[in-house]
Write a protein that binds this ligand. Structure first.
Ligand code: PLP
Length: 387
């Protein structure tokens, strides 16, 4: 958008860089204020970095530092879910439940406790769906050793836009509170409107202690992510060591923060989050039409974040064998037709499972939605016929 490009250019001409460890700058302050205006209490303080992975690392370190400075130095473990994706740097990958990304690096990864993520399509009502799995994991690890629980409020590509119940997150929040475990919401994928609300956690009536943002925060104009912390965490550090013990050359830099502030302004002034919510029923109505294809097992999601799950047998929900590379082949076919979808493999058992993620721009038109469904349906049907 011209407005965002102009804001980035103007900032680069005025002040391209200033070190974020010692100094602040106007765009960083403006972006932090914009976010504070969108977020509920007690999420007040933002720390800006460049990528989602970096922000996850920082969030984990922040949780650890909070407990050390709160006189609970035993608390360091972070519980995460499988499938999930939190990034490709080592702590973020250690937390991620995406086996094919982890395999080669296994010796380098931290052995954090991981629990199954809710899977209402294959395992409705199971311990993962009710929150019991989290309670059991905290009990096993010992609450005195657990610093945080991290989850994507709506599962991203690794699980296929899984939308848990509000009861699940209410229970998660209650378990975290009872056990002095911080809840970190990874909204790198879902934050800033993708689910039809500014933040996905708003669908579930919970507020995390730490929120991680990326992607949608910058409109693609600059690498920008954020860790937003609640008052309680910042107050503990302020009363203790005085600062978050973290620094990177490109934290809080003016040009990337200007991209963020301009992006948020653009979203707000053009009502694009509301537009995303308004277009959502149309997207799902169109994608639901794909259920006529026998290989389509499920269509799910929220806002303009959708997943189509492919199965070899709809009755048993059996996935295709991985060697057939169904998701990748459908993706290649769709691309040949001018449609970009994101394939994901392995969510069923770390090996099998084929998902196609659809995440159109918030500005998508109705006829374009129909076109997405048409081209995706043709690609799936063609690959299913080939076997
Ligand atoms: N967390 C989630 C939920 C993501 O979807 C991603 C990227 O896809 C990340 C973290 C990592 O972000 P980045 O690729 O910017 O490092």
């Amino acid at each position: 958008m011209a407005e965002i490009a102009a804001a980035v250019g103007a900032q680069a001409r005025q002040l391209a860089y200033v070190n974020g460890t010692q100094l602040t700058n106007a765009p960083a302050e403006e972006l932090a204020a914009e976010l504070a205006g969108l977020l509920p209490e007690p999420l007040r303080y933002s720390y800006f970095l460049a990528s989602g992975s970096e922000a996850i690392e920082a969030a984990v370190k922040l949780a650890r530092q909070f407990w050390v400075e709160s006189g609970r130095p035993g608390k360091w473990k972070v519980i995460s879910r499988v499938p999930s994706y939190h990034g490709n740097t080592l702590a973020a990958l250690s937390l991620s439940g995406r086996e094919h990304y982890r395999r080669v690096y296994a010796p380098l990864l931290t052995d954090f406790p991981r629990i199954p993520a809710p899977d209402p399509y294959r395992h409705p009502g199971c311990a993962a769906c009710t929150g019991d799995a989290l309670e059991e994991a905290i009990e096993r690890a010992g609450a005195d050793n657990v610093a945080a629980f991290i989850a994507e409020p709506v599962g991203g590509s690794s699980g296929g836009a899984v939308v848990p119940t509000a009861a699940y997150f209410r229970r998660v929040a209650e378990i975290c509170r009872k056990n002095d475990v911080l809840f970190i919401a990874d909204e790198v994928m879902t934050g800033l409107g993708r689910t039809g609300r500014w933040f996905a956690f708003e669908h579930f009536d919970v507020v995390p202690d730490v929120l991680v943002l990326g992607k949608g925060l910058n409109g693609g104009y600059a690498p920008l992510s954020a860790v937003v912390a609640s008052r309680r965490i910042v107050d503990a550090l302020a009363a203790g060591s005085g600062a978050f013990n973290h620094a990177q050359t490109y934290s809080h830099t003016p040009v990337i923060c200007a991209a963020g502030a301009a992006t948020l302004r653009y979203l707000r002034e053009h009502g694009l989050v509301e537009r995303c919510a308004a277009m959502s029923p149309r997207l799902f109505a169109a994608l639901d039409g794909l259920r006529a294809i026998p290989a389509v097992g499920d269509v799910r999601g929220i806002g303009l974040l959708a997943a189509v799950e492919l199965v070899s047998d709809r009755e048993t929900r059996a996935p295709f064998p991985r060697r057939l590379r169904v998701a990748e082949r459908v993706t290649a076919r769709a691309l040949a037709e001018g449609l970009i979808v994101w394939p994901n493999a392995g969510h069923v058992d770390g090996e099998d499972g084929d998902l196609l993620m659809v995440g159109p721009p918030f500005t998508i038109a109705e006829d374009e939605i129909a076109e997405i469904a048409r081209r995706l349906g043709a690609a799936i049907a063609a690959v299913a016929t080939e076997g």
